[in-house]
Design a protein around this ligand. Sequence first.
Ligand code: FSX
Ligand code: SF4
Ligand code: F3S
Length: 385
Amino acid sequence: MDIIEESLFSKAEARLNQLKKLPALKKDRSITKALKEHGISRRDFMKWAGAMTAMLSLPASFAPLTARAAEVADRLPVIWLHMAECTGCSESLLRSDGPGIDSLIFDYISLEYHETLMAASGYQAEQNLEDAIEKYKGRYVLMVEGGVPTALEGQYLTIGAHGMTGLESARKASENAAAIFAIGTCSSFGGIQAANPNPTASKPLSAVTNKPVINVPGCPPSEKNIVGNVLHFILFGTLPSVDAFNRPKWAYGLRIHDLCERRGHFDAGEFVQTFGDEGAKNGYCLYKVGCKGPYTFNNCSKLRFNSHTSWPIQAGHGCIGCSEPNFWDTMGPFEEPMANRLFNTPMFGGADKTADNIGIALLGAAAIGMAAHAVLSNIKKDKEQ
Ligand code: FSX
Ligand code: SF4
Ligand code: F3S
């Protein structure tokens, strides 16, 4: 280990020792017990820890620490709020025919409050939230799923027996959280809730609180991206390094196009022309049927969904850019390329490139990435003005 690695390792070790001293949230549950109940061996658990370590871009020597982080996840309460959304983010985390280690950490261990999963309802549910916020003040991790409607002072979304608005509850819970994660594109950027004409004036979480918010976009994000952020926070107690849209770089540092399994076909100029054609049967590149992989930053090809089963491009449809800001308004039409819009810019000499020569000629992935970045930064600048 070099000096930097060593100091990071000691920092994480010290933090885990501290956390271990805190009382467990649920006396009768522990990750060891939960794994046993679900027939997951220690060996598989350590394999999982190794994979998570690599995913977080940490050296392999950190794997035992990642395993320990999962074991002390029951010291760190998670409060999960729902705003305007489809609950796909929760589904992504929890739905699999056999619960994986990722969902076990949440489901059985650390979730203190989750509107879809908890047994309580009505006044009791409201009370539970208040109690959790009070009891774990400054210690809980807040995860918010969904956009926050702000029109009519948030009245488009009311929750619970007293009809508290989502806006109020998101603000309140943000006040004393140790870390805040916007789970999904709706919470990160507004998502479909904020798509034009946005009648409820839905906003991203970061627009309604002045606390730092880490965005974990995707409609929905993969379970690994959700759990990875919690593990990172358990390990270091600090927020990860992020890109211009506050997305953790370990997860959103590369384009879908960079690691796509169909990339060889793109480079060779082999494209699906219409769904169901010979090219589709041969697994050719989906660019011409609308894939937005070259403009989208996410790690779906590496991590996939539903316990690593598949992901959009493997299933035969292009990426629709679901982890990018305003993708509903800017990435359409979803089944047609928008290359001309991007490449007919002065930056590319006004060239009216077609998909066929994009793959094999001048405009390689780097240029596409630059174009995507330029477009996205401009969108961001427009928003800030
Ligand atoms: Fe749905 Fe989550 Fe999309 Fe939004 O995911 S999967 S609409 S990102 O908030 O529930
Ligand atoms: Fe993959 Fe889409 Fe890029 Fe084609 S355009 S290589 S399908 S990400
Ligand atoms: Fe979304 Fe594209 Fe991944 S549509 S799920 S970012 S492949």
